[in-house]
Design a binder for this molecule. Structure first.
Ligand SMILES: Nc1ncnc2c1ncn2[C@@H]1O[C@H](COP(=O)(O)OP(=O)(O)OP(=O)(O)O)[C@@H](O)[C@H]1O
Ligand SMILES: [Mg+2]
Length: 253
């Protein structure tokens, strides 16, 4: 089944997801068009990470339909799902780097969908595409860490390694979960500017969860407010009022 008439890059129709008895997403319907820059906002536990995981196919929702790049994610083989996921650049809230490898290997993981298994294995011994990795690390201000062990980097530096891997992957869609959470404000602006320019120049679609509303206003053109697994608002950035944001983040139900 497909979502009728849908031309979007990402589309959810009546998507709900429960972890056991706890409902993390409740009947979410939304579409994202090519080139849009969308921020997911909402208090802790609102469902932002779950929504991004549904969009990248790592969580199959308990109900509803998900389409990515025109393909329904239902009933795909593992191979078909991997093919779609190669076009999705993911930055995780708790980044998923291999701690005991040098930074270059984590950045080169961005090539994995394209490289053959022998080339990927060779690269672990004899690093391949060193210039590309160095250029990506240069963009995030870490070129001097090319051969450093990843777990010797600070949390914010590791987040920047994950962004360098994304640059190397060069996906069609970026799904980033709090990509600047542990980065200092000046570096965070620098990273978001780089991401925005890169996405703009290459026509990428961008969905990013952020806790900082000012960053969302500055770098995204559409804001989706999630609260208790429901969409509270979904508006162009200039139509989101302070009152809407206050309601989104208020502590009482
Ligand atoms: N693996 C899991 N098992 C059980 N419950 C989960 C799991 N992952 C998330 N949840 C629950 O689902 C709800 C949504 O969680 P989610 O991580 O999507 O929120 P979030 O908006 O990303 O929060 P944060 O801003 O703290 O990252 C929460 O109530 C959370 O406790
Ligand atoms: Mg989260």
């Amino acid at each position: 089944m497909t979502i009728e008439g849908n031309q979007a890059v990402l589309a959810l129709a009546n998507v709900s997801h429960c972890f056991g008895n706890a409902r993390a997403l409740h009947e979410i319907s939304l579409t994202v068009q090519a080139g849009e820059r969308v921020a997911l906002l909402g208090p802790s536990g609102a469902g932002k990470s779950t929504l991004l995981n549904v969009l990248n196919g790592t969580i199959a929702p308990t109900a509803g339909q998900v389409e990515v790049l025109g393909r329904s994610l239902h009933h795909l083989s593992a191979r078909q799902l991997r093919q779609i996921q190669r076009q999705l650049g993911r930055v995780h809230q708790h980044h998923d780097l291999v701690a005991n490898l040098a930074v270059i290997h984590n950045v080169n993981a961005g090539h994995l969908g394209r490289w053959s298994a022998p080339k990927a294995a060779l690269s672990l011994v004899w690093p391949q595409a060193v210039e590309t990795a160095a250029a990506a690390l240069d963009q995030v201000g870490l070129v001097d860490k090319l051969y450093a062990r990843t777990d010797r980097l600070s949390g914010g530096e590791q987040q920047r390694v994950a962004i360098a891997r994304l640059l190397v992957q060069d996906p069609r869609v970026v799904l980033a979960d709090e990509p600047i959470a542990s980065v200092d404000p000046a570096r965070a602006h620098d990273l978001m500017t780089s991401l925005r320019d890169w996405c703009g120049q290459t026509g990428k679609t961008w969905v990013v969860s952020l806790h900082d509303v000012a960053f969302a206003r500055c770098y995204c053109d559409r804001l989706i407010g999630l609260r208790q697994g429901r969409v509270l608002f979904d508006q162009p950035v200039d139509q989101v009022s302070d009152a809407m944001l206050q309601r989104l983040y208020q502590l009482s139900p």
